[in-house]
Design a binder for this molecule. Structure first.
Ligand SMILES: [Zn+2]
Length: 267
């Protein structure tokens, strides 16, 4: 019995090494990775829709996963509103964010965020970039994000703030090339979350469900922390010890993931 169901053609990813491929800056066409389990493509599609349904992504933002069969590639949707993503829209890119088989599809302008994080962090299997609104104030004020409750225990590693002005001066705020993507990955360091001043945040994880879980609870935590600050007085945050202990339990996100996925895919 096979470990995975056989590859189905309509997943939108070229499995033919002879397929038309875009040319990388070095002149060599990036070659396709191996076949992808359709269930994993479904997870990536679900992630996009879940994050839209939970208010982390709106018409913008994106989620990606490292290619399960080739760590030098990653998978993400063509440029599309996250709630509309289907398996047909998933593209394969190399870590410099060149498409393997563009077929005329438009790509996200900020895809360099994903490629450069996958390049810098071999442990990362999924990346979420969002403009999730409640998080924005913590990137533009001196107040650091801290975990207010157990679901956001992973925030015990205080999210650093990426300042694009330090890297590129006055810009349009977008991460539109590999130099900016690498600078953002450098700010992220070994953390699960980095804020982007006046823009949004990036959240990473060792799997798609954990990255989605963290992106959702980063947004929820921001709302709760702002509420606690508004109430006033000293705030009794989750400690680093408690957060680290909770982070281990968080790795079991299966129950929430199945619920979110079912709702998002309408199954
Ligand atoms: Zn953005």
């Amino acid at each position: 019995m096979m470990a995975f169901p056989p590859f189905r053609r309509p997943c939108g990813i070229s499995q033919q090494r002879t397929a038309m491929a875009a040319t990388s800056p070095t002149g060599a066409p990036p070659r396709s990775g191996v076949a992808v389990d359709p269930a994993l493509i479904d997870d990536l599609v679900a992630a996009s829709r879940i994050l839209a349904a939970e208010g982390v992504l709106d018409g913008y933002g994106h989620v990606s996963m490292r290619h399960p069969g080739n760590p030098e590639r990653y998978l993400m949707s063509r440029s599309l509103a996250p709630a509309l993503v289907t398996a047909e829209d998933i593209m394969e890119l190399d870590l410099d964010s060149n498409p393997v088989d563009a077929r005329g599809r438009t790509m996200f302008r900020e895809r360099f965020i994903h490629g450069m994080i996958f390049k810098a962090r071999p442990d990362v299997m999924a990346v979420v970039h969002s403009h999730s609104p409640a998080v924005i104030p913590f990137g533009i004020t001196p107040v650091p994000m801290k975990p207010t409750f157990h679901m956001a225990g992973f925030l015990y590693q205080e999210p650093p703030v990426f300042e694009i002005r330090d890297v590129a001066g006055w810009t349009n705020m977008l991460i539109t090339d590999n130099r900016l993507g690498a600078a953002l990955a450098d700010t992220l360091g070994q953390n699960p979350v980095a804020l982007m001043r006046g823009h949004g945040n990036v959240v990473v994880g060792p799997s798609v469900p954990i990255a989605v879980f963290r992106a959702i609870y980063t947004e929820v935590n921001a709302r709760l922390q702002a509420a606690a600050i508004a109430i006033g007085g000293p705030i009794n945050y989750i400690s680093a010890e408690e957060g680290a202990a909770r982070d281990k339990v968080e790795r079991d996100v299966g129950r929430a993931w199945e619920l979110w996925k079912r709702k998002a895919l309408g199954k």
